[in-house]
Design a binder for this molecule. Structure first.
Ligand code: SAM
Length: 450
């Protein structure tokens, strides 16, 4: 009998409303209303959306997916945690009559566009064009050209094996045999070996979605921009913060060549994708609107609170530069800039305008803005919010800890202070479940009284 593969649970921090608000503020763009509704098209088993709903109880969430099995799993988890602010709809994005008729401040779509046929892409952008509220933002994550093109041969191999009982296991075994035996493809594409190692670690359902879906299209930015423009949307930047900062995300020798095309968005993004050999894009789309006026831009930045994430390093006078891996190599973060910032945030969350009082940022809001975005990108800093109703997060997290104990893979827990989810190491899952985790960790996950 042929194996059936379930897509695993994932959490993508770039989908959280505070992450998106901070990126938009950094870009000087208007953002969605703080309490606006959030919709994810192609939500799969809804793991990420449940985390976001539990961490943001004041917002309404709707997840949509055509897979009945995935929606059943999503509803089961939401019910088990008694989440009151989330609904799941089993529908095809092409079936407009089955979709909710309301506006959303945030519309999310991750891992779908490159694996569906053009009519579904068209329908997704039609939905966004119709239902994105003023000031709202849509985020589409997709496999992009040219970086994704190198993996067509993987796709070809898995397709050839599609009739077998377990094409994923057989395909991975063959690829590993080819790689280890010195096959020319891997010699010409050394990074494919790294990808193969990643695939060998991923659940089979991830590999199946990647290489056995009806389509496999590493999409050029130009094609997405065409859908978006026809539906009244404009590109405003990337949800991957580092990629909005040309000064550090492009090689020195190519900056002027790319700057020369600045008045042609599609050419600029196409060049950047070549420079970064971009394999995945996290595009942000909005309705055309003027950028924030300078004083409004400053206010949007100044109002934001920031805090340290558990992964933040401790820097001392002897610390070397912080390393930020990017598509063009490792970028160094000057410890003379990061140390005072991390020290200050080590005392507790602070507002942007309070951080501006650190001597290193004196009259340099642009530098602070850039450094905070680098910290967000590196998962060491995050915007934080006040919250007074952590019960939903506590219920969901307790349920997830029980799932973890029963052997399920739990990639993250809900963290209400971040309005997001946060990856938790296996050991921390155990101490949280046992109630022996340190108080600050229990507080982060609303498990104070467990
Ligand atoms: C790779 S999964 C991503 C799940 C989730 N967004 C995540 O990142 O973990 C893509 C999802 O898109 C859904 N999908 C594909 N085509 C669709 C369509 N036409 N309408 C609605 N959902 C669709 C699939 O059923 C699948 O659950």
């Amino acid at each position: 009998m042929a194996t059936s593969y379930d897509y695993p649970a994932f959490f993508h921090p770039e989908q959280s409303p505070l992450w998106l608000a901070s990126v938009l503020a950094a870009l000087g763009r208007p953002g969605p209303a703080p309490d606006s509704a959030i919709c994810e098209i192609g939500c799969g088993q809804g793991f990420g959306l449940c985390l976001l709903a539990a961490a943001n109880p004041g917002r309404q969430f709707i997840g949509i997916d055509l897979s009945g099995a995935a929606i059943a799993q999503a509803r089961h988890r939401a019910r088990a945690a008694d989440l009151q602010n989330i609904d799941f709809i089993c529908a095809d994005i092409r079936d407009s009559a089955a979709l909710p008729d309301q506006d959303f401040g945030i519309i999310l779509n991750h891992g779908m566009l490159s694996w569906v046929e053009p009519p579904a892409r068209e329908a997704l952008f039609a939905f966004i064009g119709t239902h994105l509220a003023a000031g709202g933002v849509a985020q589409t994550q997709y496999m992009s050209a040219p970086g994704g093109e190198a993996f067509r041969p993987f796709r070809q191999l898995f397709q050839t094996l599609a009739g077998r009982a377990d094409p994923v296991a057989d395909g991975l075994a063959l690829l590993r045999q080819l790689r280890d035996g010195g096959a020319g493809f891997f010699q010409l594409h050394p990074h494919a070996s790294q990808t193969l190692d990643n695939l060998l670690r991923e659940p089979a359902g991830y590999v199946a979605q990647e290489y056995l879906s009806p389509a496999f299209d590493p999409l050029p930015f130009a094609s997405l921009a065409d859908y978006a423009t026809r539906h009244g949307l404009e590109f405003v930047g990337s949800a991957t913060p580092m990629e909005n900062i040309d000064a550090i995300s492009l090689p020195e020798g190519l900056k002027s060549a790319i700057a020369a095309s600045a008045d042609d968005l599609i050419l600029t993004e196409t060049l950047k994708d070549l420079v970064r050999n971009q394999a995945a894009r996290y595009d942000l789309w909005q309705r055309p609107a003027a950028a924030l006026a300078p004083q409004d831009h400053m206010r949007a930045l100044a109002d934001m609170w920031w805090g340290l994430l558990p992964a933040a390093p401790k820097l001392d006078a002897a610390s070397k530069a912080l390393a930020f891996p990017t598509r063009i190599g490792t970028i160094e973060g000057d410890p003379a800039i990061f140390r005072p910032l991390l020290d200050r945030l080590g005392e507790g969350p602070a507002r942007f305008d309070q951080l501006m009082e650190l001597a290193v940022f004196d009259k340099r809001p642009g530098l602070l803005n850039q450094v905070l975005q680098m910290g967000l990108h590196a998962r060491i800093l995050h915007p934080v919010q006040g919250f007074d109703t952590p019960e939903a997060a506590a219920r969901l997290n307790r349920h997830l800890l029980a799932e973890a104990k029963a052997g399920l893979e739990i990639p993250a827990l809900a963290a209400p202070p971040l309005g997001s989810g946060l990856v938790v190491a296996g050991g921390d899952l155990q101490t949280l479940a046992a109630g022996t985790a340190p108080a600050w960790l229990r507080g982060l996950f609303a498990l104070g009284s467990t």
